[in-house]
Design a protein around this ligand. Structure first.
Ligand SMILES: *Cc1c(COP(=O)(O)O)cnc(C)c1O
Length: 405
């Protein structure tokens, strides 16, 4: 296992003194406007809970995209249901023709992802589900904000889920939303005092570690000291098999921990999600996306996945297709660039046969952050590094070409 340095620039939003702002005007539509919402500890828990609400179990099948992250599959398997992987097209839209051939009597749910914040054609998908008697689960993990067909993201599904950590400077958090069914808000239980404390301290610590909130560092020095003492005690107990204080998903883990199903997200998360200015988040993300896109436009060996940024889209990241990913990806990581390959690790058996487009994207598609907490110096540093790596890789590639017979 190769280990890379920590990214020099935060991959996801980190808390700064500017994170909370008063909303001016009406704000930007989000999944929270789609219907009733429950705040849970992660997007993957929200998927499991949505399927639970749909009474899914053994013998049932869930249509899910071949292009996925593993946590989604684990959430489906937890219910006892079986995933059926369907194809996507080159622009990441769902391939309804392929899906049509995969439906049988036990197919109950259609799980759909709006990748990188760009919505699917939801009206057609909803009509398709109604025709085939399927329940629709909208995975808006990449699309917390935005709308499609004049309705906020998440409005077409029987249920929708979102991930808070991808759009807000929070430690934990996901949402389960429904525009069509009643959700029982009283059913959620607390994650416990240790979890609440961990959420506050980790949110702040992450900000400090990226040099945010310098003005209040001294205030936090005391609680951080207390935290270290608590952690020492907790770790001693944890080795005896006690429940961890926070979900692994919040600590960047890729796994699925069923003990966090039915738990409410931390108070700190709800405070930040409610208090953040949607307009600022949307404006900054769109402008960072454009800045990155323009900088990468003329570079050799890559092109952006989407030709344009529609007005109603609030991007999660900038997705870029790279010609020589085997060289470029590790080189970027070594340079400390915050690069991620969505679906880098596909579920066993999901290969070129299942979906050729997925196989290609999983290898070649790299995502760069455009979140609202990027400082302009960080954005510029990132652009300079990406340029350097791509130009070096192209030069080395050309040299190899001239050397080879
Ligand atoms: C990240 C992600 C999830 C899970 O969200 P977490 O909050 O990390 O659990 C679900 N679906 C997709 C498409 C994702 O990218």
């Amino acid at each position: 296992m190769i280990s890379y340095p920590r990214p020099r620039v935060p991959i996801q939003p980190v808390l700064s003194l500017r994170s909370l702002g008063r909303e001016k005007g009406k704000g930007v539509p989000s999944v929270l406007d789609a219907g009733q919402a429950l705040f849970v500890t992660s997007g993957r828990m929200a998927i499991a809970m949505a399927l639970q609400q749909m009474k899914l179990g053994e013998g049932d099948k869930v249509l899910m995209p071949a292009y996925h992250c593993r946590a989604m599959v684990e959430a489906v398997l937890w219910t006892g249901a079986t995933p059926t992987f369907y194809r996507i097209r080159e622009d990441t839209s769902v391939d309804l023709d392929d899906i049509g051939t995969k439906i049988d009597a036990s197919t109950k749910v259609f799980l759909i992802v709006s990748y990188f914040g760009f919505p699917q054609d939801m009206a057609s998908v909803r009509a398709f589900c109604d025709r085939h008697g399927l329940m629709l689960l909208e995975d808006c993990a990449h699309a917390f904000f935005g709308q499609v067909g004049n309705k906020p993201n998440g409005s077409y599904g029987d249920y929708a889920i979102a991930s808070c950590t991808k759009f807000f400077p929070v430690y934990d958090g996901g949402c389960l939303v429904s525009a069509r069914h009643r959700l029982d808000t009283s059913a959620l239980t607390s994650g416990g005092a240790g979890f609440e404390l961990k959420s506050v301290l980790n949110t702040m610590e992450k900000g400090f570690s990226y040099d945010r909130m310098k003005a209040i560092r001294w205030i936090a020095a005391l609680p951080m000291g207390i935290k270290n003492v608590i952690w020492r005690v907790v770790k001693r107990h944890a080795s005896s098999g006690a429940v961890p204080l926070g979900p692994g998903s919040a600590d960047g883990g890729a796994g699925f921990e069923p003990e966090w199903i039915g738990r409410r997200s931390s108070f700190m998360t709800r405070l930040i999600v409610r208090g953040a200015s949607r307009t600022t988040i949307a404006t900054k993300r769109r402008s960072n996306y454009r800045t990155l896109e323009q900088a990468l436009f003329s570079l050799p060996g890559c092109r952006t996945l989407f030709a344009s940024l529609p007005d109603e889209v609030v991007p999660y990241v900038l997705p870029v297709l790279v010609d020589a990913p085997e060289i470029v990806f590790p080189a970027l990581k070594r340079a400390g660039v915050p690069v991620v390959r969505f679906a880098e690790f596909l579920w066993d058996g999901v290969d070129d046969q299942v979906c050729p487009v997925t196989a290609d994207l999983s290898r070649r598609l790299m995502q760069f952050p455009c979140h609202q907490e990027l400082e302009s110096a960080e954005l510029q540093w990132m652009i300079a590094k990406i340029k350097e790596v791509l130009l070096t890789c192209v030069r080395d590639g050309n040299e190899l070409d001239t050397v080879s017979p």
